[in-house]
Design a protein around this ligand. Sequence first.
Ligand SMILES: Cc1cc2nc3c(=O)[nH]c(=O)nc-3n(C[C@H](O)[C@H](O)[C@H](O)COP(=O)(O)OP(=O)(O)OC[C@H]3O[C@@H](n4cnc5c(N)ncnc54)[C@H](O)[C@@H]3O)c2cc1C
Length: 415
Amino acid sequence: MSNELRTIAIVGGGASGIFSAIRAARLAKDSALNVKVTVFEASSQLLKKVKISGGGRCNVTHNQYEVRALTQSYPRGERELRSPFQKFQPQDTVEWFKQRGVTIKAESDGRMFPVTDSSQTIIDCFLTEAKSLGVQIETSSPVQEVGKTPAGFQLIVKGQAPMLFDRLLLATGSSQVGYKLARQLGHTITELAPSLFTFKIQHPLLSDLAGTSFPSAKLKLKIADEKDFEQVGPLLITHWGLSGPALLKLSAWAAREMKRQNYQAKLSVCWLGDLKEEEVRGSFWAKCEAAPKSNIGNVLIEPLTRRFWHQLLDYCEVPQAKKASELSKKDHNRIVAALHHSELQVTGKSRFKEEFVECGGVDLKEISFKTFQSKICEGLHLTGELLDVDGITGGFNFQHAWTSAWLAAESMVQD
Ligand SMILES: Cc1cc2nc3c(=O)[nH]c(=O)nc-3n(C[C@H](O)[C@H](O)[C@H](O)COP(=O)(O)OP(=O)(O)OC[C@H]3O[C@@H](n4cnc5c(N)ncnc54)[C@H](O)[C@@H]3O)c2cc1C
């Protein structure tokens, strides 16, 4: 590459845009290349989502360094991310921050946060780095139009004269204007739908039990005219219905199908985990045989809470004072059915702690995953949530933002 000036425009000063700007400027500096990086951010504030992410703690990545296992947390993008994660994955994220004095810790469920438990640590790190590398940042500068001319990419920023750049990165997250810009350059936007939501369910088994959790439940979701989905994992009763890791995962995998059917579905729950009906029957039978004289209300089934157990007995119309040895076959059948496959009607969705990820975006067939460059428009790169990639909750969405930004930056500077 000759040392002619190369100009790079990055649209979007969020997670992916800022990380890419830093990587591009660092590469240029280390290789003494003449590169100018400018970030255009529509709002007055950079990294807004980083700030509020993870409840203000920023769940930067996930403690999963095995690439195959890592990609399984992406309902959309699983196959495409295998190769990018070979080049920049959670371990690299942790190392990158460590080299800049930011220590990242893992929690028992695999989520990773700065040890300060403050997203401001991440923001300060990025902004210090961007400043020291001379990245030019233009806030309150919404990009309204983009086009490709023989002289380069033309950008129209509100209130400014048109500008030309050699390379363009769109890192606009889930903004509607961002989708419009991608379309202007020839890209297709796939069906959009919110991902990561909780289910609204009204059912006598759940009433007044908000806060009750189940360490492992098996969920089977049936959506009319769509395929079925399953998940096993922790579950939580809320004021509105159900939440918890297994349910959020289910919402991510079934995001499009649930939207198409207006969030109406049938959910079958085994409250005891991934057990066959005969296994549930056998262990319940054994419990009753071991304590025949006990009131059935006192024959507790671990790990169910006493309150949930009593509610389940009420629902099955089995009096709590009935002796375990006196349960009829019908009582047994009802209890086993409720434990193994309670059938709940889902009637809508609710937000999960305001965390929200868009499923859908630029069609992955139109992207080269070695470089995150467009296959349709040479010199254009696209990263982060703008793409039709989304992860389940746990730091996976940021990891995709970092990885795509990293590879796009290398390509924008070196290719
Ligand atoms: C409340 C909340 C909490 C979250 N917590 C986590 C978490 O802890 N861990 C995790 O992994 N993920 C989390 N996520 C998801 C994560 O924030 C996103 O996946 C990630 O920010 C995507 O990065 P991005 O750079 O693609 O988009 P964004 O971070 O959304 O950045 C896009 C930027 O582009 C700007 N922009 C858009 N259009 C234009 C335009 N035309 N001109 C100029 N600028 C433009 C926007 O203003 C924005 O600043 C959370 C999301 C939410 C909403």
